[in-house]
Design a protein around this ligand. Structure first.
Ligand code: GLY
Length: 259
């Protein structure tokens, strides 16, 4: 796969055509997809859907580059926070009307009514919110900030969806304050990483109710100890008010974890 960027669609197509003629992309260049280059801030909005209704959870924003200051290669996601100031009620109403409602209606019309968690990855462009991608799952690491702030009973709502019941009227109330998470990655990530390094998480971190440590690339060694087993090892979420306090708590907790 390769990407060609142009000032206009015609320019991008001309550049792609010349690369195809040169076989720059080999067999991967047999198919060309032309996409709009969208500029703006990203917003991740999860909605629990029962085929007809979409109930939105608190929107979150994730950050994908490996380095401080939004630098370096893209990753699966290095951190996230919620709530997001640009996710205003007016914007979320628009997302409901222009994105979730027509998407669910089109799927019903196609005899594919969607029941489950629909994740809309949005770009908030100057022309309004646009869909970058849909996923039929929770997002990572956005979920690590959305769920700690959720006050409502998620299990009951998930069970309702699984049983074919309606989610209309379910209110995913949120706690006051903010959550911010940082992924602790193994050295070398997003390239190849070493596995099997012992992980030490102090009891003082685990005992806190304003810090949550989520496991991702972890495993048990034969002797029962916790070891690294992937690139993104842990996500450490701080909960506080305001957001800066949540950030300070997760930073302090993350600094105590070793691997
Ligand atoms: N946060 C990006 C994803 O879950 O795909």
């Amino acid at each position: 796969m390769g990407a060609v960027v142009g000032e206009s669609v015609d320019e991008a197509i001309a550049a792609a055509r010349s690369m195809l003629e040169d076989r720059t992309f080999g067999a991967a260049g047999n198919e060309v997809v032309v996409e709009e280059f969208m500029q703006g801030e990203e917003l991740s909005v999860f909605a629990l859907c029962d085929g007809e209704h979409a109930v939105q959870l608190l929107p979150a924003q994730d950050h994908k580059r490996i380095g401080e200051g939004d630098t370096g290669p893209n990753t699966g996601g290095m951190g996230a926070y919620a709530p997001v100031s640009i996710g205003t009620p007016a914007l979320l109403d628009r997302v409901q009307r222009e994105i979730f409602a027509p998407t669910l209606a089109a799927l019903r019309d196609d005899d594919s009514a969607f029941r489950g968690l629909l994740y809309a990855g949005l770009m908030l462009t100057a022309d309004g919110p646009k869909v970058v991608e849909f996923n039929c799952r929770f997002g990572d690491p956005e979920t690590q900030v959305v769920l700690p702030l959720l006050e409502a009973n998620l299990l009951a709502a998930l069970l309702a969806v699984a049983r074919g019941e309606s989610v209309a009227g379910w209110e995913p109330r949120t706690l006051p304050g903010a959550a911010l998470t940082t992924v602790l990655a193994a050295g070398g990530y997003p390239g190849s990483v070493r596995k099997g390094d012992p992980i030490a998480i102090p009891e003082t971190v685990l005992a806190r109710d304003d810090v949550v440590v989520f496991h991702a690339g972890t495993a048990r060694s034969v002797s029962g100890g916790l070891v690294t087993s992937g690139g993104r090892v842990l996500a450490v979420t701080g909960i506080g008010d305001p957001l800066a306090e949540a950030g300070a708590k997760r930073r302090a907790a993350a600094a105590e974890i070793r691997f």
